[in-house]
Design a protein around this ligand. Sequence first.
Ligand code: SF4
Ligand code: SF4
Length: 295
Amino acid sequence: MSLLNAAAPEVGDLFRQLDIELLWHPSLSNDSPAAHDALLEAILAGDVALDILVVEGTIVRGPANTGMFDTRRGRPKKDLAAALARQANHVVAAGTCAAFGGIGTNDTLQGCGLQFTGKTPGGLLGAEFRSRSGGPVINLAGCPCHEQAMTGTLSALAGGQALALDEFNRPLDWYGMTVHQGCTRNEYHEYRVEETDFAQRGCLFFFKGCHGPLADGPCNKVLWNGRSSKPRAGVPCFGCTDPDFPQSFPFFVTRDIEGVPISLPKGVSRAHYMVYKGMAAAAAPNRLKQRETKI
Ligand code: SF4
Ligand code: SF4
């Protein structure tokens, strides 16, 4: 649904402009089951080239590593995904579940990502896997992944451009920044003018569990649907691009010790944070304390 919301260009125009032939997509294709079967067989036999394989959803390995909780025509989908990945020039994981396992990483589903399980390399294909072009799985993390991360990645791959990746194989063009960057509440954050409720004007880090300063993603620089983002709309970022998403503790609450958040903004030392934030709150201008500055 995120991809289908792409507007500049729309997904159909994008494929035409890039000369991408869409072989199959769960919402866009209306092939008969027999035609779908034949296509898969042709790809696996090497009769149809598979330039870019995009996989969405956790890779289910349960029960007991058989994958039989998630099958197609009686065969585990995990085996089909692995076989297709071996045929593909490029492999892309769409969303945090396909990249890192996401909500499927529990004892029942035994879910994993294509090449990671959480932060641990491996996953379905193994840490050493390389697609036919020589690259690892490109992880477009997010729940869902941002449509511009997907359209931009497809454009780069179709155009033969290399993508620089971070340690979790997420393209730096979209994951080389934090969600905090570009948030309209930054000035409130700097002076620790914080909210205890949703949809107010202040920052959501100190009480409402906003992950903006910790999460890697473009959400406040490349706005969703060209309009807004969760923090801009007054909803804390819950860090859906993180390899360990979803967290095991409640959303929308900042865990703290003696009033200091357990998870501090990326790269900030605890000692510096405590000194700086106390001073910043004391120096906060009245226009921010009164919530007069529009966001
Ligand atoms: S609401 Fe979140 S993203 Fe926005 S300034 Fe505060 S911590 Fe950063
Ligand atoms: S704002 Fe945070 S939770 Fe929302 S999509 Fe971006 S990274 Fe995910």
